[in-house]
Unconditional design. Structure first.
Length: 246
């Protein structure tokens, strides 16, 4: 008997089984590739931060972006505290200008880490988010507890930073400022309602959200990934990475 054109049921089932096996093998690789792409995107964004900070210093008497300019600082032209992410000159260098007065604290998420677990629940109706939930500025040794500290309010002088290619400037974080002493406090940022971090207090904490490590931009402007073992003070002495003041 001559067989009609087409597949038998058994042949179709075999093909489906093979396709299912191939998909199961490829999906983890695709997922890892997607995460790696986001990690690279984050590193590029941080590198832009480093470039913008050097351009900022050229226009501000060779001082890097201030961590936070207090409202009572004599040279503050406003009657408000200006955290680094609210500095209009720095934002302009990144083309991350504010869309309205109400959004003066917030940025378009496209300028920030796509791997942050805190982001989705914090997006405002206008589509903006606060950068402090994504990146932190290293303040180790700057004098964060003294609100009238010159380095804090006016910015660290370029000449005060040594070994720029080895020193952390900005990195993934849960707060707008980072400190070496809090580098060991990260747990996760996905626990709790709406994905908001509910572990220990998030002040000054670095966020190890990329393959268990950090994306970093250094004071010389280059960016890269470092493992938690290389950046967390509970693993080893990481003073050489975090302490940058001469």
């Amino acid at each position: 008997m001559r067989r009609e054109n087409g597949f038998t049921l058994i042949e179709l089932l075999v093909v489906i089984a093979i396709l299912s096996l191939l998909v199961s093998l490829l999906l983890p690789s695709l997922s890892k590739a997607k995460e790696l792409a986001k990690e690279v995107q984050c590193a590029v964004l941080l590198r832009n931060f480093g470039t913008a900070n050097h351009l900022f210093a050229q226009d501000h008497e060779e001082r890097f972006l201030p961590v936070r300019t207090d409202r009572d600082w004599p040279k503050n032209p406003t009657n408000d505290n200006i955290n680094w992410y609210r500095n209009d000159d720095f934002r302009a260098l990144l083309h991350a200008t504010r869309i309205s007065w109400d959004a003066r604290y917030r940025w378009d998420p496209k300028f920030l880490c796509p791997m942050s677990g805190r982001g989705p629940s914090l997006i405002q109706p206008d589509g903006t988010v606060s950068p402090e939930k994504y990146y932190g500025y290293n303040i180790t040794g700057v004098g964060a507890q003294d609100e009238f500290n010159e380095r804090m309010n006016a910015g660290v002088r370029i000449t005060d930073v040594y070994a720029m290619g080895e020193k952390l400037m900005f990195a993934d974080g849960l707060y707008d400022r980072l400190d070496r002493r809090a580098s060991c406090n990260y747990k996760d940022e996905f626990s709790g309602s709406n994905g908001i971090y509910t572990g220990t207090a998030s002040t000054y904490i670095a966020a190890y959200r990329h393959r268990g490590g950090l994306n970093i931009v250094y004071f010389d402007g280059h960016a890269g990934w470092r493992s938690r073992e290389e950046t967390d003070t509970s693993y080893r002495d990481v003073t050489g990475l975090w302490n940058f003041i001469k």
